[in-house]
Ligand binder design. Sequence first.
Ligand code: PMP
Length: 283
Amino acid sequence: MRQVYINGEFKKEDEAKVSIFDRGLLFSDSVYEVTSVINSKLIDFKYHVERLDRSMNELKFKTLIDHDEILAFHRKLIELNNLKEGMIYTQVTRGVVDRSFDMPKQAIKPTVLAFTQEKKILESDTAKNGIKVMTLEDMRWKRNDIKTTQLLYASMAKSEATAKGFDDAWMLRQGYVTEGSSNNVWIIRSKNIMTRQSDNLILSGITRAVVLECAKKLDYEVITKNFTKVDAESADEAFMTSATGLITPVVKINSSQIGDGKPGNFTKSLRAEYIKRALEIAI
Ligand code: PMP
């Protein structure tokens, strides 16, 4: 049984409890981060906690959580659960207060929880074989730049895709691809690497930012601009980025095979570069 973290304490997973009045539960008034763990070490931890601060500031949470404290419970969770490869999920809710649409004016104690989950990251089947995605309408709100736990539409989109035999959904607004259900999207066409500009309609991924750096290192120029469903379907290569998927090749979009239906060469070189860097900077 896992040991999880809740409000300063480590508990068995079935003993950790949250109040029924928690605003995270009642209003999805909460933010989260997922940090990947490789060889029992944290990848890009600093960027994740910085984004957590940003999300909390955007929602006007009155207090932030100390970064050293976050690092300490991440490390302890890795140790307690003997986690070699996987992720740590951390969630911070505004806290517990009588139910009201009006957010509390006074500072209340946030609820902080975290747990580990094992996952194959380096040698995953999806990295080896690539994934198939379908497109569907993006029906989410317009503040997807904040990493909130208001994830119902993303979960519906992913489920619709898997029910139809795909691995994930790429969402569209006015014909342009925004992002995947839990990842950023990229295509390569005639040697142009493209990923959507980071605006309020997507989460600005940590992996996306690092991959932009990796591409530069490999002397590739990336155009950060939105692209259409038609651009995607006729791409030479496609991939998605996220903390636990790293760089995952996409080999089919709707009924269109991408390239020769196998992970593309550029995608593979970028993934290798990303992993090299991740292992160097892991803490
Ligand atoms: N977009 C969405 C909607 C996501 O949920 C995620 C993953 N949390 C990402 C993009 C990728 O972000 P990151 O690279 O920081 O994991």
